[in-house]
Design a protein around this ligand. Structure first.
Ligand code: UTP
Length: 297
């Protein structure tokens, strides 16, 4: 039903400088896989086929990653290293990739509008690859959201309760509860000033959007930070029709911050990278980390 997934990936990634000075934030590896590959896997597992990537200057490695590298592949052919490329080969075979450049970084709303040429006139998903979402043993977050879309047929944003001191970093929603895990949004504020937060429910980097959002973004004036904010366009959509906030199942790591990135790396190493038959190594690492945490800094 939802076949296209848009990846706005043109941002500067300033919170992660100097690593992101010449390397796209989306290409930073969590264990041995770049962030964007986790996002693409999540989209494929939710039934999507077209990955539409909004890039910017200095982001060409994103394109190279989702392409063949004949020289390297020939070099490791017949060795045990070949298995390290199995996942990315499957991705390249099962999805198509299109790219468009955002010439000026005018904000997330503007990046999504830039992707209109690739998405066309149909509902689509949006993944911010620096928000890494993992639901061990269950459906991925996008998959959960696609199932909701089948029922509600309107835009859906993934939300998460965040500590009070972090609320100002996010787009924050308020709404009427329609199920334990669902709210019908009636207010949204981008990066609210202290005291102006409508709740502690923050929008994270997973969206399903209906295509009328493009016209709403077009008529959205620059907001917080002088950027065209998707939150402002979504508020208009919520006021005219319906936007749902979904408290998703799973873990989410803000890999745009150093702390979130470290947490994601440890979590993925333990839960995704190490195989079940490496239980002993898992145990050792758990002990190692708990002893490090106990040492005074
Ligand atoms: P962020 O604000 O998290 O990303 O934008 P950033 O600007 O790259 O990071 P910092 O804050 O400077 O560290 C959320 C998402 O929107 C994309 C980013 O690439 C990121 O995936 N984005 C943001 C764009 O594609 N274009 C923009 O103009 C702004």
């Amino acid at each position: 039903m939802i076949k296209k997934c848009l990846f706005p990936a043109a941002g500067y990634g300033t919170r992660f400088l100097p690593a992101t000075k010449s390397m796209p934030k989306e290409m930073m590896p969590v264990v041995n896989k770049p962030l964007i590959e986790y996002g693409v896997e999540e989209a494929i597992n939710a039934g999507m086929e077209s990955m539409c990537i909004v890039t910017g200057r200095g982001k060409h490695t994103l394109m190279d990653h989702f392409d063949k590298n004949y020289e390297l592949e020939h070099h490791i052919e017949g060795t045990n290293k070949e298995e390290l490329l199995v996942d990315i080969r499957n991705i390249i075979d099962s999805a198509n990739f299109t790219y468009i450049r955002q010439q000026e970084m005018k904000g997330l709303g503007h990046a999504i509008l830039t992707g209109r040429e690739l998405v066309g006139d149909e509902p689509f998903a949006v993944v911010l690859a620096d928000d890494l979402c993992v639901n061990i043993g269950g459906d991925g977050v996008l998959d959960q959201m696609v199932n909701l879309y089948k029922q509600f047929r309107c835009s859906i944003v993934a939300v998460q309760e965040v500590p009070k001191e972090d609320v100002h970093k996010y787009g924050v929603i308020a709404g009427e509860s329609i199920r334990d895990d669902l709210l019908l949004i009636n207010d949204m504020v981008e990066k609210p000033a202290p005291g102006a937060e409508p709740s502690n429910l923050a929008i994270i980097g997973r969206y399903i959007l209906t295509p009328d959002i493009f016209e709403l973004i077009e008529s959205t004036e620059p907001g917080k930070g002088g950027e065209i904010q998707i939150t402002d366009a979504l508020l208009q959509q919520a006021q005219k029709g319906c936007v749902i906030a979904y408290k998703f199942k799973g873990e989410r790591f803000d890999c745009g911050s150093v702390e979130g990135y470290l947490d994601a790396t440890n979590f993925c190493f333990q839960n995704l990278y190490l195989k079940d038959d490496q239980a002993e190594l898992k145990q050792k690492r758990t002990e190692k980390f708990s002893s490090i945490a106990l040492e005074p800094v």
